[in-house]
Design a binder for this molecule. Sequence first.
Ligand SMILES: Nc1ncnc2c1ncn2[C@@H]1O[C@H](COP(=O)(O)OP(=O)(O)OP(=O)(O)O)[C@@H](O)[C@H]1O
Ligand SMILES: [Mg+2]
Length: 333
Amino acid sequence: MSGDAMFEARELSRHYSTGGGFLRALDGVSFKIFKGETLGVVGESGCGKTTCGRTLIGLYGKTGGSALYCDADVHTLAGEEKRRFKKEVQMVFQDAYSALDPRMTAGDIVSEGPDIHGLTRTRAERAERAVRYLELVGLGGEHLGRYAHEFSGGQRQRVGIARALAVEPQFILLDEPISALDVSIQAQIINLLMDLQKRLGLTYMFIAHDLSVVRLVSDRIAVMYLGSVVELASSAEIYYNALHPYTRALYASVPIPDPELEMRRRADVIGDAADPGLRPESGCKFAPRCKYADGVCRRDAPPLIESDEGHFIACHYPIQNIGAAPGEREMKF
Ligand SMILES: Nc1ncnc2c1ncn2[C@@H]1O[C@H](COP(=O)(O)OP(=O)(O)OP(=O)(O)O)[C@@H](O)[C@H]1O
Ligand SMILES: [Mg+2]
């Protein structure tokens, strides 16, 4: 892997206390995000994607490990460094309806960041900058005085993107930015985000539960399961050479039009992770749902190791020969 790490998570954790004990929402994850790339994060609802993203950018406190931005610990930033971080690192939310104050105009929403960071001096400059960023996301300047509640879902998400861009960030955490939108609008927003990334040299962390979307936009993908990263590799590797049984199971929920590919990636049929009985206290967290699990898996949690260059996996028995029919797969013992 080439390039400099912009973000790095080192054994990063965030636990919540619950009635009887604690929930390891983020359980010691380690990964890097390189400048200019999109790291996709995928996994079922509740696996800790949002917790991972928000803890990485310091929006949530951590309970262990560390999150680094350009080698600085994001949870202890102060003064000028913190101010710069807050400008360089932005976020776009899933639900633009609740993320944008309905009583604010698009102009005020987009200007909020520049106001905080003192990027404009006069009212004219402020309006001009807001129009520039609204135009950048495909909304005309005539939208400047319109209130957030007057926009459609897609337009509102565009305003949310303009707001993030208006402070000239380096990095944007995109947390399910299209999940709440009509399918017909989703592709437009994806295209916009990819175009903006190219034009502005942005780095993205793109969270989604749908692998087919993540695959389209990401250079690399981290697959999360119950607070852990279980596989991390390039998009192509994750698509053509997934080694973790859970990653393969995720593909089972994505309809593949090609029957041959569909057959090859046939589901490892699994149950529901929300079932507390399927959150084991020891061993591999996926073991209760994995048809390959044995005593070793139930006893020892597999660490995330680099099995091939740039391909990380946490599994005692990574699936081999992905191209073979399921019955012919060899297992590595
Ligand atoms: N404030 C909180 N207190 C207790 N538990 C929490 C809190 N916030 C999140 N959790 C739990 O942490 C786990 C991870 O939640 P998180 O929102 O990060 O998952 P997610 O992968 O983003 O899910 P989704 O796809 O639904 O957005 C879940 O089990 C969730 O219930
Ligand atoms: Mg989430």
